[in-house]
Design a protein around this ligand. Sequence first.
Ligand SMILES: *Cc1c(COP(=O)(O)O)cnc(C)c1O
Length: 355
Amino acid sequence: MLNIRIEKTTAPKAKPSSEKLGFGKLFSDHMFVMDYDVENGWHDARIVPYGPISLEPSAMVFHYAQELFEGLKAYRRADGEIQLFRPDKNIERMNNTCERLCVPKINPEDALAAIKAVVDVDRDWVPYDEGTSLYIRPFIIATDPFLGVHPSHTYKFIIILSPSGSYYAAGINPVKIMIEREYVRCVKGGTGMAKVGGNYAASLLGQQKAEEAGYAQVLWLDGVHRKYVDEVGAMNVFFVIDGVVVTPSLEEGNILPGVTRASCVELIRSWGMKVEERKVSVDEIIEAHKSGKLNEVFGTGTAAVISPVGELCDGDDRMIINDGKIGEVSQKLYDAITGIQWGRIPDDMGWTQKI
Ligand SMILES: *Cc1c(COP(=O)(O)O)cnc(C)c1O
């Protein structure tokens, strides 16, 4: 059992109203912190007032990006209780990312206890209004004050909490996506399957280019053949082609194994429908659109849950998908997952954990 010291703030902040929340701008009163060194392993678990941390300018994270993170949410049920959605999946993925970045893993039970404890201390920060949630951001940074290139010997594991507004306050609005043929987000053998800040830094220029052209996100192609679809922005991607649900497979290691992605695959199969996890070439998508068989395209991730794509742009070509409206499969998945997350429908899958 993880022993967590709790130091409560003496200056609690006022809770913001729901319409002011947005995403990732506001933080709760407390944070969880735990240190690692070679002698003691992960130790000194504590919940302290949210605030700046002090690091040497030479701390390795600033120079060689030995950093990783997770993202999940706590949801307020209609009955007032608070629950997490599949936190075990995030913790498993965090430890897989640790392995890829030579960071010492955290005992999964301790990581879960830490998440639950800090959410419990700040439980009043889980907002009540429809579609709102408390975003949970666990992360690990390398803290050795050293400029040589090797894995750090010291780390910090921190969990911060950010109340977030409804993603679809104005209704589900399909987005326009641009196929990116110049930049890539990862290559086979790289860190595509790991949730690391470095991947995001590398994706900014492509994202910026898409935004300048009037598109919300980039459709990333694989870095080796420049041919197969990897992800859409920082979301996993699904297609419905001629009634069959297709999503890129995880085998090559260049796709982030999303918890929402896995949940969609499991739900669709539980409905007796087929999901093909395989390579999907961008040419197949373009062909399917030409022959009128591209029924739906959507992204999946914790923030939006389901993000329908209404338009795909490839150079000068524009492909309108499903008349720019949310499709049948997308809507059914959205209703099922958000229903379970906010406790509006029974959790037959056993995915939620109350706090
Ligand atoms: C976090 C993330 C996702 C979505 O994962 P979820 O667990 O569903 O939130 C997809 N792609 C990338 C690159 C990500 O970082």
